[in-house]
Structures are given as C-alpha cells and as structure tokens.
Design a protein around this ligand. Structure first.
Ligand code: UTP
Length: 296
C-alpha cells in the first residue's frame, strides 16, 4: 500500500517581481482573490485533499503569512463582543489546528528546487505534496474537486511521483515546464520526460506543469547537490528529471482550471472566476460586468 500523503510544502519565498509594486511590502501570496488571500485558497485545496500538516517555506518580509494562519486574539475578542458570530465562526473554521503548520526560511530565493529542499527536515522520509501558492485551481463543474485531490487520487492508483498538467496553446509552450506522454490512461498517463521552457517548436507536448506535485522523499538527496539550471536557479524540474531515473512519474490531466496569480491577467481572471462561482456575489457582479463590457 502507498504511504498516505500527510504533508504539503508551500514555497512562498519568491520576490514576486512580476507583480511590483503590489508586492513591494505585501507578499504576492497574500493578494486577495475575492475575499481571502490566494494562499488561503491553496491551503483549503490542500486540506480538501487530506493534508494534515502545512510546511511554509518563507523568506524576508513574509511574516504576515505566519500571522494569517495564527489566532488574532484582539480581533477575535472584538468580533465576539460585537456579536459578529458569523465572522468569528468563519475565522475559527479557517484556522489550522495547533501544531499543523511549520515555517522555515529559504534565506535567499535560489529557486523552487532550493525552496522545496529547505523543507527536507520537516517533511522527513515520506512522500509529500508541493503546491505553488500563486497558482490557484478550481475543479470543473462535473468533478468539482480541486487539483491536489485529483493528484492524490492518481497517487493512490499509481504510487510514485505525480505531476498535475494542463493544456496550453502550442505557441506558448516555450514559457512553461512541459512533459512527454508515455502510456496513456486518459485522465492520467506515464511521464517519460520533462523539459523546462523548451525552445519554440520543440515541445514534446502541449501539457504544462501547473504547480501541484506529489513527490517521493528521494528528491531531497538529489536537490542536496545544489546543482543550478535555467536562470542560475536550483530548478525543481531538473531534480525531478533526475528522480525519473529511479522512480516512476505519472501526469494528471487536471479536470478544472488553474489560474496563475503571479501574473496580472491570471490574477484578475481568477478574481472574476471565483466571484462568479459565489452565489452571494455572482448575480450583481454579472450585471456589473455586462455594464463594463457595454452589453447592457
Ligand atoms: P515564481 O518564479 O512564480 O515566483 O515561483 P517569484 O520568483 O516570486 O515570481 P517573479 O517571477 O519574481 O514574479 C513560483 C513559486 O515558488 C516560490 C514563489 O514564492 C512562488 O510561490 N519560490 C520561487 C520560492 O519560494 N523560492 C524561490 O527561490 C523561487
């Protein structure tokens, strides 16, 4: 039987340069999608997939993330005294269990592979999930479950390492990590290769790595070597390519949509999509959008 996936690593130490000046003093993972930080959407996704322990790899100027996942005594007390029971209950429901979070610092943003490696002692010798917190996912209408839950289902079926993918237009493949497809099962498939940002016209498929992974702990010994790749960074993809020689990788065609909140367009689209999925906001928002687009 496959070991259960109990821990998730959330690397939040990046600089968010594509989102300046918003990210000058506020971590990009704390920018709000509708009414909660992007990072909270991701933690909710992880919880839904059965994750029990959240390992945040943080950096300088990110202490607000720690505060967000802690009690806020004065606020909670004020809410109670003012009879704001609903708001208080919502805050309590979101609060991770005591001891269910760990925070470690990356010290310098040396790349995603390095950020994941920083979590090695907290993760220990068990398979674990990685969620890129600037990517937020919404399950399709039929499937509903978000991306990590679909990855865990694939892990239960195949074991080994799992990577979530989604289609991109062929002409955009050079901007992403792309996988090669081996034996195909439809919603899942064997991964036979990976390439980070392939030159135009050379991508082996149009399936890009979206930012949800289940990895075996053997990845840490590989990342331990600190080898740098594209952009002089320690790349997670390079580590995974090496791990492919030791252990199988399967891809999950995510049944839903991933929004890249590290980019302005993805962030704005996510806000509209998540608001339209909320029955309390969707009807008036639809009217506003029609007005803005001049179709009313
Ligand atoms: P990105 O490359 O999208 O994030 O990394 P970034 O570096 O913050 O963004 P830009 O390019 O400067 O705008 C994906 C995720 O990995 C984390 C980031 O915080 C982000 O959530 N990351 C990246 C780290 O934790 N450490 C790193 O060294 C690099």
């Amino acid at each position: 039987m496959n070991k259960p996936i109990r821990k998730a690593v959330l690397p939040v130490a990046g600089l968010g340069t594509r989102f300046l000046p918003a990210t000058k003093a506020v971590p990009k993972e704390m920018l709000t999608v509708v009414d909660r930080p992007a990072l909270q959407h991701v933690v909710e996704e992880a919880r839904e997939a059965g994750i029990e322990h959240f390992v945040f790899v943080t950096g300088r100027n990110k202490s607000v993330i720690e505060d967000h996942f802690d009690m806020a005594y004065e606020l909670e007390d004020t809410l109670k005294r003012r009879g704001k029971e609903k708001e208080f209950a919502a805050l309590m429901a979101d609060l991770p269990k005591a001891g269910a979070t760990s925070f470690t610092r990356q010290q310098a943003p040396l790349g995603l592979g390095h950020a994941v490696w920083c979590a090695r002692d907290i993760v220990g010798d068990e398979p674990f999930a990685v969620l890129l917190p600037d990517m937020i996912t919404m399950g399709s209408k039929t499937r509903q479950s978000r991306c990590l839950a679909q990855c865990v289902a694939a892990y239960e079926r195949h074991g080994g390492n799992i990577i979530a993918v989604e289609e991109v237009p062929w002409e955009e493949t050079h901007q992403y990590g792309i996988v090669s497809v081996g034996r195909d099962y439809g919603d899942t498939f064997e991964i036979t290769g990976m390439v980070e940002k392939p030159p135009k016209g050379t991508a082996p498929s149009n399936l890009y790595i979206t930012g949800r992974y289940i990895l075996l702990p053997e990845i840490f010994a590989i990342l331990d070597k600190g080898e740098t790749g594209a952009g002089g960074e320690i790349q997670l993809t390079d580590g995974m390519i090496k791990l492919m020689a030791q252990a199988p990788f399967h891809g999950v065609r995510f049944d839903g949509r991933t929004y890249d909140c590290g980019m302005k367009l993805g962030f704005l689209t996510a806000n509209v999509a998540f608001a339209l999925a909320r029955p309390d906001i969707a009807p008036p928002l639809r009217e506003e959008l029609k007005r803005l687009l001049g179709t009313n």
